[in-house]
Design a protein around this ligand. Sequence first.
Ligand code: SIN
Length: 349
Amino acid sequence: MKRLILLGTGGTIAGASAHAADVDGYTPAALTVEQLLASVPHGQALQPIETEQLFQIGSEDMTPAHWCTLAQRTQALLERDDVAAVVITHGTDTLEETAWFLQLVLRSAKPVVLVGAMRPATAPDADGPRNLADALLLVRSPEAQYRGVLVVMGGTIFSAHDVTKRFAGRIDAFTAGAAQPLGRIENHHLEFFALAPLHLEEPLPLADTLPAVEIVYGYASDSRVAVDALVQAGVQGIVYAAPGSGTLSVTMRAALCDAVARGVSVVRASRTGAGRVRAHTHEADDARLFISANSLNPQKARILLMLALAAERDRGNAPRGQEVAYPTHLTTHLTMDVTRIQQLFDRLG
Ligand code: SIN
């Protein structure tokens, strides 16, 4: 019988406190993934499970380097003939980012499911064991194949594309935003609502290093300090989390235009939490200068931009970061870059 792999990365699901009643003052990433598996009734019974502790951190400490290591390890495991699926335990704070990164780079039809918990493992009403049991049930289902990377929390199944942590402390912290969840698990019964496979036929290449892309948060202001400082620091991309549907104040437009002119790729996203950002057709230059995030939130738009810029770089296209004249003498190269990356956002975002 093929085996399941349980990869541990830490988080509250592996959290422990000295006093069981203390659900705030706990140490995250304290228990091993083997200990987590032991807390799942009959976790091992149906199928052999191999455990591996890849990291032992809170997910606020996840970095692009961790994503690359995790993706390489997961890909290697998925390529093993004796492996049926991979479950990854993860802190909830940046779980959606790791899930989205893996969704974009993994090449396999086998199920990959990320799972976390809102309460530490030592809490009397810990949600981790149930969530982990649900994840193990989910990856065993033939229906979980060709679905891309999935997340299960509180009995709800989400796609990596849609899932986001909406509430800081609620037990049902996750939502699919403007989309619907993919399915539910109730009392060990699994039901998918959405039929469409979410598996990528052509994942993005997994680079060893990722370009520096930062997020600038938009709010009522006439300051351009953050954008100018990032450009000065040499970032290759900026995602602007605009207050609405990607709108830019006069000051922000000027700052971001200057960033583009310095070779920085700029994505317009929205801080609202749901909905699409499309090219502003009433602003003639916008589609040539800026990439629109489509329905990706800023943190996921950042990941797609990082991978897109890495692919451009590894394809041998001229590195960004050169001075180009703005606005009347934009080079064809710059416009082609924006068009090619926009096509990715239109297809995947
Ligand atoms: C973390 O993201 O590692 C801490 C919070 C959590 O797991 O819920």
